[in-house]
Ligand binder design. Sequence first.
Ligand code: IPE
Ligand code: IPE
Ligand code: MG
Length: 235
Amino acid sequence: MSTNPTKQGEAINDRRAKALQQYGLDPAKLPRHVAIIMDGNGRWAKKRGLPRIRGHRAAVKTVRDTVEFSSEIGLQYLTLYAFSIENWQRPKSEVSALMRLLRQYLVKERPRLMKNKVRLLCIGRRKGLPKEVQDELSKTINLTRRNRGLTVVVALNYGGRTEIVDAAKECVRKALRGNLSVRQIDEELFSRFLYTGDIPDPDLLIRTAGEHRISNFLLWQISYCEIWITPVLWP
Ligand code: IPE
Ligand code: IPE
Ligand code: MG
């Protein structure tokens, strides 16, 4: 495991060139930031006569493969919609199974994330997540914070409208403290109060499982994004 940033950079470039050649990809045409609405786990399980949770379990492997591939081709940012604010309305047993899987992923995946030089970030209301998930999330984010390869942004307890409301609140708080004047507020400044802070907007949004819906995902950030919907189920 190299901690030297220059060496890390060289190794990443080398691996990237090989992968791009292997897949016949033109580096000039690659997006910088891809966001994915990972949908269809339940349908995947149903088709096989399995309980929904088996679909969620299979989805973890797809996440692993997607992170690995994105990292290989040298994508800079990958945002994954893993749990929405609306998803709390699902049956309690499904929610707790999802939280368990999430926690397991955060622990088990650490060596692989480090090996691939992946940096993990999270967007969403983190404080609304179970304590055990918050703890493992903080540990993984902290461990990977110096990695200079792909940045994986996981959206957890995330809602696009909530994000805009939270940003507006922050903005007002700062103004009330006298650290911001109304005149200064423009799109550029406001966007810095969003969970995504200085992460560039996605260039491509992918939704699996065929629904033509945004489901409250990155409402502000996808203003100019291309959208690709595939019928393929996420797992
Ligand atoms: C997406 O798959 C996973 C999460 C929302 C956590 P679904 O569970 O929504 O699968 P479908 O849409 O029921 O097939
Ligand atoms: C979107 O999928 C949310 C995530 C992928 C986490 P959902 O299945 O929850 O969204 P709807 O119900 O189709 O809008
Ligand atoms: Mg769904």
